[in-house]
Write a protein that binds this ligand. Structure first.
Ligand code: HEM
Length: 380
C-alpha cells in the first residue's frame, strides 16, 4: 500500500465503519487523498483530542463558534453556550419532547413498512429542535428539505454544493434571528431570543456569530440525531430481547444502552484538527500544519480497548467516545441524550413489536457519513 490510504473521502461508495475496521487492523493512521491524516486508534484519537496545544481546532476559514476556536477565545464562547445546555435548562423540555414523540409515533403506519431514519429520526429531530429553540413549526418542511439536500451534498463530496447548502441554512437561521435581534429589549424567553441578547467582550453577539452558533446547534446535529435514531432502531429491531428490556428500564439504563449502541455503530464519524508542530504517531511523523481527522467511529471499535461488537454498556462506558473528549467535548450531550431517550422510550411503549422489513433491505450510509441511509421496519 502507498502512503495515500483511502479513507472517508476516497472510500466513496463504501461503508465507513466496515472500511475503517479493515484499515485499523493494519494502520494506526492513514493519509487520505485530500492529504488529511486520519487517526484510527482509540489511544491516538484520545491523545490528540486532549492535546489542545499541538492539535488546533482552527481548521476552517469560516467562522465556527465554538468548534473552530482555540484557547481562551474558545472558553469565552463555550461559557455562553453551556448556559443553554445544563440540566436545569434542558430537563423542562422533556415533556414537550414526549408530546412530539407521541404525536409522531401515532402517525406511523402499523403493519406496513416505514423508514426509521427519514420517517422517525429526521422528523423528530426537526420538531424537537424547533421546540427547544423556539422556532416556528412552519419551518419544519424547509428544514426537512434542507436536511435531505445537506445529506446528498455531503455524500457527494462536492465542496461547492456543500457550501451552497450551508449558505441556504444560514438564510434560514437569519430569517429567525433578524426579527429577534430587532427586539433585543423584549422579554421574549425562547432560547433563540435569549441567545440574541447574549454578550461577549462587553457587546452583543454579532449576526455572524449568532448564525455560526445556531448553525452548529442545528445544522450538524439534526442530521446526527436522525442518523442516531436509525442506528438505534435498527439495533433494537435486531435485538428484540433488548427492546423488551428497555420498555420498563429506568432512564439511566436506557441512556447507557443507547450510548453503547452508538459506540458500536457511531454515525457521527469524525472531527478535524490541524497540527501546530511536528507530531509522532507510531512510526509516522506528521508535519506542522497537517490536517488531521479524529475518526470517532473507528476509535470506538478499537479492539485494544473494546470487545468491538459486544454490547457491554457498563464495561465500555468509560472509554466511549461518541460525544468526544477534551475541551471540545459535545456540550449538547444532555440534549441529545434526552431527545434519543424520549424517542426510543415513546416508540417502544407505544408498540408491541418492531421488526426489520423482510422485503426491503437495510441500506448503510456511505462515506463520509456513518450509520444507515434507510432502516425499513414494521411495527405491530
Ligand atoms: C447524538 C448526537 C450528537 C453527537 C453524536 C455529537 C457528537 C459531538 C462530538 C464528537 C463533538 C466533539 C467535536 C470535536 O472534538 O471537535 C461535538 C461537539 C459539539 N456538539 Fe455535539 N453531538 C451531538 C448532538 C449535539 C447537539 C444536540 C448539540 C446542540 C446544542 C450539539 C452541539 C455541539 C457543539 C456546539 C460542539 C462543539 C463544542 C466545542 O467545540 O467546544 N451536539 N459533538
Amino acid at each position: 500500500m502507498t502512503d495515500h490510504m483511502p479513507d472517508d473521502l476516497s472510500a466513496a461508495g463504501k461503508d465507513m465503519r466496515e472500511f475503517t475496521d479493515e484499515l485499523r487492523a493494519k494502520f494506526s493512521v492513514v493519509k487520505n487523498i485530500s492529504d488529511e491524516w486520519v487517526f484510527l486508534k482509540h489511544a491516538d484519537v484520545v491523545a490528540a483530542a486532549l492535546d489542545h496545544d499541538r492539535f488546533s481546532s482552527k481548521v476552517s476559514r469560516y467562522l465556527q463558534i465554538p468548534n473552530g476556536l482555540d484557547g481562551l477565545e474558545h472558553s469565552e464562547y463555550r461559557k455562553v453556550i453551556e448556559r443553554y445546555l445544563t440540566p436545569e435548562a434542558l430537563v423542562p423540555f422533556t415533556e414537550s419532547f414526549e408530546r412530539i414523540a407521541l404525536q409522531l409515533v401515532s402517525e406511523l403506519p402499523v403493519g406496513s413498512v416505514f423508514d426509521a431514519v427519514t420517517d422517525v429520526g429526521a422528523i423528530f429531530a426537526v420538531r424537537a429542535q424547533c421546540e427547544w429553540l423556539g422556532w416556528p413549526a412552519t419551518l419544519e418542511p424547509l428544514l426537512l428539505d434542507w436536511m435531505k439536500d445537506n445529506h446528498a451534498a455531503t455524500r457527494s463530496g462536492d465542496a461547492a454544493w456543500t457550501a451552497d447548502v450551508a449558505a441556504k441554512f444560514d438564510d434560514i437561521v437569519r430569517s429567525v434571528i433578524q426579527p429577534r435581534r430587532g427586539a433585543v429589549n423584549s422579554e421574549t424567553v425562547d432560547v433563540t431570543s435569549r441567545l440574541c441578547r447574549e454578550k461577549v467582550k462587553g457587546r452583543l453577539l454579532s449576526e455572524a456569530e449568532l448564525v455560526s452558533i445556531l448553525r452548529n446547534w442545528t445544522g450538524g446535529d439534526l442530521g446526527s440525531i436522525a442518523l442516531c435514531v436509525g442506528v438505534i432502531i435498527a439495533y433494537l429491531a435486531k435485538h428484540p430481547e433488548l427492546a423488551m428490556q428497555l420498555k420498563t428500564a429506568a432512564d439511566d439504563e436506557v441512556d447507557a444502552a443507547i450510548d453503547e449502541i452508538l459506540r458500536i455503530d457511531n454515525p457521527f464519524v469524525s472531527n478535524r484538527r490541524i497540527t501546530t508542530c511536528p507530531v509522532q504517531i507510531g512510526d509516522k511523523t506528521i508535519p506542522a500544519g497537517a490536517r488531521v481527522k479524529l475518526n470517532w467511529t473507528s476509535a470506538n471499535r478499537d479492539e485494544a480497548v473494546f470487545k468491538k461488537d459486544a454490547f457491554d454498556p457498563a464495561g465500555h462506558r468509560e472509554a466511549n467516545l461518541v460525544y468526544g473528549i477534551g475541551k471540545h467535548v459535545c456540550p449538547g450531550r444532555l440534549l441529545a441524550t434526552i431527545e434519543l431517550r424520549v424517542a426510543v422510550k415513546t416508540l417502544l411503549n407505544s408498540i408491541n413489536t418492531i421488526e426489520l422489513a423482510t422485503d426491503q433491505p437495510l441500506v448503510r450510509e456511505i462515506a463520509p457519513l456513518g450509520g444507515y441511509h434507510r432502516v425499513p421496519v414494521i411495527i405491530t
